[in-house]
Design a protein around this ligand. Structure first.
Ligand code: NDP
Length: 312
């Protein structure tokens, strides 16, 4: 079996940037895209804060461009999900990974860029109605609620961005924020406040999602007064943050209490030699496309130095 010099798991800004650098360093990278090729940015609309795009860029378009750029230097991009790894703890050891179709891979270095996945509230009625009106992606599913009333949970940048997106399509957007203020940036809050069909409800949480097969409404609760109220809606969007995609690395890589991979100070090195982590999977603080791309670059340079170090 061929030994891959550099296996990159994940195809967001971190994975593709790592691939651009690794390919140019002749590490012949192979990228496995995961279940969401292009990563989280494929579910966003305008990216206005990535340097080099003075007029902003559409998220999915930006990811296609990053893929093309990685392929231009010879990156082998494969559709597939890595569902198991066996990492070697020896310097120069060979790491093993398995693709969901059963293919076994052997690699000298691995760059983990598996990102993070949207969180749900976890209440029974919400879980039951996922796909029946409950969604964690306004850009993917907002269209189905054109001209209708919807609600969105969360007070961060994602919730604010998705609320303004929904406000352009839907009749009325009720935004449920559990604290007395939003966590979103001032610029995003300004956009929310400017929309005349977004109705903010502070100190408000969901008690239950109402509906058998599809969402018909929500029962909300004011967490200060305990007062409950029913609102009739057709779509419920959850935008309360993300969980790092690190389950397959548990017991093998050092992680923090939230499951983010721990990297050694100012590098992308994990506790396993030849295994590097970049992007949201190791960053719960910044979580930006540009910072993910930056750490992708670092991971490729760290992998190149590691391989060169084995030769001496
Ligand atoms: P955040 O963690 O920033 O915000 C999560 C929000 O959900 C908070 O308001 C939080 O409330 C709320 N929340 C969490 N759990 C629950 C719950 N169980 N019930 C109700 N509310 C809950 O996540 P985001 O996804 O919004 O953002 C992640 C990162 O990505 C941030 O750094 C953000 O700046 C960035 N981002 C940037 C964008 C851009 O620049 N275009 C777009 C989207 C995201 P509380 O405040 O009370 O904890």
């Amino acid at each position: 079996m061929e030994i891959i010099k550099n296996l990159i798991i994940g195809s967001g800004p971190a994975g593709y940037t790592a691939a651009i650098y690794a390919a140019r360093a002749d590490l012949k990278p192979i990228v496995y895209t995961g279940l969401e090729p292009g990563g989280q940015l494929t579910t966003t609309t305008d990216v206005d804060n990535f340097p080099g795009y003075p007029d902003g860029v559409n998220g999915p378009e930006m990811m296609q461009e990053l893929q093309k750029q990685a392929e231009r230097f010879g990156t082998d991009v494969r559709i597939g999900h890595i569902n198991k790894v066996e990492l070697s703890n020896k310097v120069g050891g060979i790491h093993k990974a398995w693709v969901d179709d059963g293919t076994e891979l052997k690699a000298q270095t691995i760059i983990i860029s598996t990102g993070a996945t949207a969180k749900y509230l976890g209440i029974e009625s919400e879980q039951r109605l996922i796909g029946g009106g409950v969604s964690a992606c306004a850009v993917c599913d907002g269209f189905f609620y054109k001209g209708q009333d919807v609600a969105i949970v969360g007070g961060g940048d994602t919730a604010a961005e998705e609320a303004t997106y929904l406000a352009n399509i839907c009749n009325k957007v009720t935004m449920l924020v559990r604290k007395g203020e939003m966590r979103a940036s001032k610029a995003m809050q300004h956009r929310v406040n400017k929309a005349n069909n977004i109705y903010l409800r502070y100190f408000t949480e969901i008690d239950e999602v109402i509906g058998d097969q599809v969402v018909e409404g929500i029962r909300i609760i004011n967490n200060k007064t305990g007062k409950k109220e029913e609102i009739s809606i057709n779509g419920l969007f959850i935008a309360i943050g993300h969980k790092p995609n690190t389950d397959i690395f548990k017991e093998q890589l050092e992680m923090d209490n939230f499951g983010y991979i721990i990297t050694k100070s100012k590098t992308t090195k994990t506790n396993m030699p030849g295994v590097f982590a970049s992007g949201d999977v190791q960053d719960k603080d910044y979580r930006q496309a540009v910072t993910a791309a930056g750490t992708g670059c670092m991971a490729a340079l760290d992998a190149e130095r590691y391989i060169n170090g084995l030769k001496v």
